[in-house]
Design a protein around this ligand. Structure first.
Ligand SMILES: [Zn+2]
Ligand SMILES: [Zn+2]
Length: 164
């Protein structure tokens, strides 16, 4: 029977008496067990494969799900902690890629198209930057015109600059 030692809970920071090797207080231990059980259920019963889908199924924040998976050997072996695929969001992206294996294969097949698409969206992006500038210019012009009007006392609001 190991001696109980007083220490701080690694999760909530409360002082508690713990046996050897224990880092969590009773409350956090129970909460952890509950969360891990929920995650197991999400994986087993709902076929969740990513922290995001588990978060959705369990209601546990995705960041906390990632944390729990990192701390749990078995979950770590089951669930890939890499970011979800940027294309389908269903599977997790391959190491060193933004896409899952399936999407990468498809994209490789359509490499010509993908390149074309990338160029087009790049041009569209530049265009929209220019359009944004133009919009800002118009807004600025409008603001100045309104200020001039107000200075001439044409502002219909009772609180124009002369009454203050
Ligand atoms: Zn605690
Ligand atoms: Zn994908």
């Amino acid at each position: 029977m190991p001696d109980d030692i007083a220490g701080y809970c690694a999760h909530c920071g409360n002082l508690f008496l713990h046996g050897e090797g224990e880092t969590l207080c009773r409350k956090c231990r129970v909460e952890l067990d509950d969360s891990v059980t929920l995650i197991y259920d999400a994986v087993d019963l709902h076929g969740c494969k990513t922290p995001e889908s588990i978060a959705e199924a369990t209601g546990i924040p995705a960041e906390r799900v990632r944390e729990l998976i990192r701390e749990n050997q078995l979950l770590r072996n089951t669930i890939d902690l890499s970011e979800p695929c940027r294309r389908c969001g269903e599977a997790s992206a391959q190491t060193g890629s933004e896409f899952c294996l399936d999407c990468r294969a498809e994209l490789n097949l359509a490499l010509g198209d993908a390149l074309q698409h990338a160029m087009t969206s790049l041009q569209a992006h530049q265009l929209s930057e220019r359009q944004k500038d133009a919009a800002a210019e118009i807004a600025e012009k409008f603001r100045r015109r309104r200020e001039r009007r107000r200075a001439r006392g044409l502002d219909p609001s009772p609180h124009n600059r002369w009454s203050r």
